[in-house]
Write a protein that binds this ligand. Structure first.
Ligand code: ZN
Length: 263
């Protein structure tokens, strides 16, 4: 591979964005290094256009998590991690897209491009749902029991969260057809729907099999291993199936589904 001015320009851009994410506390240091890796893979395969699609996901999730913080007070207690994304979170959301981008660069087959964009659509759909959903006035419903559960519970659904999920998927699909691929209304709808389906898979995995712990002191349900300086006890799910694995598998599955639809 001949390294030209364009490649160097892209690399500088990726480094700039990764450092920016870290400096603005959207990414931890490890998260920004992983973003650099994911960015390089996608930039290598799709150039600036691919990075812009990733950028829409990255920027919109950061904006949503900073906006309306008031509505989400108390939610971080339930989650294992804060809104500063570490390498595992970046890999879970961007890893499948980087993998599909790599497969495209090796094979030159456009089908991997559809898997690439659909996996980002799924990641964006999930992020928008979990950032916008908590703004709902009432508590959400559990998709498993259809009973009200506190905000931030995995496997919980709400009306505006679902609208957010649809929009989150559609916007990635739209940007893709705007900058990387000639517009095709059927494909636009298909990618939007499969991206949304990725979010549905995420919700189902979250409701049935994702790890949930409970604090032995204050009985708070959480994904954290420790609460109130005590070890928490597992009350639901597989101990290894944390939020990152759920995210990664739903993005991966969305990309694989579109592959089998379009092949
Ligand atoms: Zn506690």
């Amino acid at each position: 591979m001949i390294v030209g001015v364009k490649q160097i320009g892209l690399l500088i851009f990726i480094i700039f964005i990764s450092i920016g994410g870290w400096r603005t506390k959207n990414l931890s240091l490890s998260g920004s290094l992983m973003a650099l890796l994911v960015g390089c893979m996608i930039g290598y395969s799709y150039g600036m256009e691919g990075l812009l699609i990733l950028g829409v996901f990255f920027l919109s999730s950061s904006i949503w998590s900073h906006l309306f913080k008031q509505g989400k007070i108390g939610m971080e207690e339930r989650l294992a991690k804060s809104s500063v994304r570490d390498w595992q979170q970046v890999l879970a959301n961007g890893g499948p897209a980087a993998l599909f981008a790599f497969l495209y660069s090796v094979t030159g087959n456009d089908i991997w491009t559809f898997s690439f964009v659909t996996s980002i659509a799924a990641a964006n759909s999930d992020t928008w749902a979990s950032e916008i959903g908590p703004l709902s006035k009432g508590d959400p419903l559990s998709i498993r029991t259809f009973k009200r559960v506190p905000k931030g519970t995995s496997g919980a659904i709400s009306f505006i969260g679902t609208v957010g999920a649809l929009l989150g998927s559609a916007i990635i699909s739209f940007v893709f057809f705007f900058i990387l691929y000639p517009f095709d209304s059927k494909l636009f709808l298909l990618i939007s729907c499969v991206g949304f389906l990725g979010n549905v898979i995420d919700t189902l995995l979250g409701a049935y099999w994702q790890l949930e712990n409970q604090c032995c002191v204050c009985h708070q349900r959480t994904e954290r291993k420790e609460h109130c300086h005590q070890q928490t006890a597992r009350i639901k799910g597989y101990s290894w199936l944390n939020n990152e694995w759920v995210n990664a598998s739903s993005c991966l599955v969305a990309g694989v589904i579109i592959f089998f639809i379009l092949i």
